[in-house]
Design a protein around this ligand. Structure first.
Ligand code: ZN
Length: 418
């Protein structure tokens, strides 16, 4: 199957240019990008001058947590977690994660997100939902209930499972993980030459707790166990010390920032400009809908830029286009998705179309910055993953009844709340 996109503006992210031309998708790969494709395609889509670019990569998510969207708001972090979230999660039964994940995927598709780095319970159910819907997913399994032997087995098997699913090593966080488990995961990372990911530096209390327990800050502690000898990354990173920034640089440790969640839970503001100056790779995630409450990369990008301008008292920093690159290429790098980070021949066709006829995109002064500063999910006209168009003109093109997906999620949510 070949699909030719003609009359397009194309931002490949291989360089910074926007070109006018055509893009050919053959099966699940990009087969041509240039001024004029001479291959006869099975299907032709006239882009009418709209922009093609790689999809956004959501570098930190708990997709199935849509059940707690607006069911747990306006509470201090501790009460939110212990009085609302944990009691609801205790009521999960088989199949819940599978059904809930599907709603999150629909939200991703409508916002141009083509892959997520997902940390939640019951990974096989997440995999099933993603494969059925054609969504690209990087799984991070961190449950203490899963023995390290199972983690190893999944790492080896799931990373060759097919193009849509990949798997990484992780722990939930230092404060929720026994020292023995942290040592075991570090050992496994060294055996497999694998990176390790975790929540880190989200709150001041978390950092202080680690200092009280071990006498050192979390990143320093975990690095001393050899956890990041093959890289890794941290979700949130609101509070990394200068010493930890040096360690992060040395270990190619990726920073994944989630500003909306951090603001809503009053956790803090990550010093992204400082990390950027230190030369760290920066990725962007939404976190879960329980704390955000939307899974929307446009909101995150706007906050990444504007919060740094405000906190550094300098409107000239954190360029909008740099932030757009973080949401695409930076996130892809953190997630190990160098096979779909840019629009390039031979890479997976994870492509979105931005509607430049949307009033928020007019006039066309600077398309790249417009996406960050004026864009919203409204401007996403198409989402293609692995060569399949799953969303077009505000309609989902999947083989399932959307209302049934919502109905099932509502039933589960009502039970969890009851
Ligand atoms: Zn999280």
């Amino acid at each position: 199957m070949t699909i030719l996109f003609k009359n397009a503006k194309i931002l490949t992210f291989s360089d910074d240019k926007i070109i006018n031309g055509e893009l050919l998708v053959k099966d699940n790969l990009i087969a041509y990008i240039g001024p004029k494709c001479t291959i006869k395609a099975d299907k032709i889509i006239d882009c009418e001058g709209n922009l093609l670019m790689p999809g956004f990569k959501n570098a930190h998510a708990h997709t199935a947590m849509i059940f707690a969207r607006s069911a747990s708001d306006d509470l201090p972090l501790h009460d939110w977690l212990y009085d609302c979230i944990f009691p609801m999660e205790e009521k999960f039964i088989e199949g819940d994660i599978y059904h809930l994940t599907k709603v999150g995927i629909l939200e991703y598709l409508s916002g141009g997100i083509t892959s997520a780095f997902d940390m939640y319970f019951n990974p096989p159910e997440i995999v099933k939902a993603c494969e059925e819907m054609g969504f690209r997913e990087v799984i991070l399994a961190t449950s203490l209930k899963e023995p390290v032997s199972l983690v190893k087995e999944r790492y080896i098997n799931w990373n060759k499972k097919g193009s849509l699913i990949s798997y990484n090593l992780g722990i939930h966080a230092e404060y929720t993980t026994p020292l023995e488990r942290m040592k075991d995961i570090s050992k496994l990372a060294n055996e497999l030459h694998a990176p390790v990911f975790l929540h880190i530096g989200e709150t001041k209390d978390e950092v202080q707790g680690c200092v009280d327990r071990y006498g050192v800050t979390p990143l320093k502690l975990l690095d001393s166990l050899g956890m990041f000898n093959y890289g890794g990354g941290g979700f949130h990173c609101n509070y990394l010390s200068d010493e930890e920034i040096t360690i992060a640089k040395k270990r190619n440790f990726n920073i994944v920032t989630c500003p909306a969640s951090n603001l809503k839970l009053a956790s803090g503001i990550a010093p992204i400009y400082k990390y950027q100056k230190a030369g760290l790779n920066i990725a962007i995630g939404t976190d879960g809908a329980a704390s955000n409450n939307s899974l929307d990369m446009f909101k995150e990008m706007y906050l990444v830029s504007t919060l740094q301008k405000l906190t550094n008292n300098d409107a000239s920093i954190m360029d909008g286009y740099d932030v757009l690159k973080m949401a695409v290429v930076g996130s892809a790098k953190a997630m190990g998705l160098d096979n779909c980070d840019t629009l390039s021949e031979g890479k997976y066709a994870d492509i979105i179309m931005i509607d430049l006829s949307n009033p928020a995109m007019q006039p066309l002064n600077n398309i790249k910055k417009n996406i960050v500063y004026a864009g919203s999910k409204d401007i996403v006209k198409m989402t293609m993953i692995n060569g399949k168009i799953l969303y077009f003109d505000h309609k989902f093109l999947i083989d399932e009844d959307i209302n049934q997906i919502y109905k099932k999620a509502q039933e589960i949510t009502d039970r969890l709340k009851g």
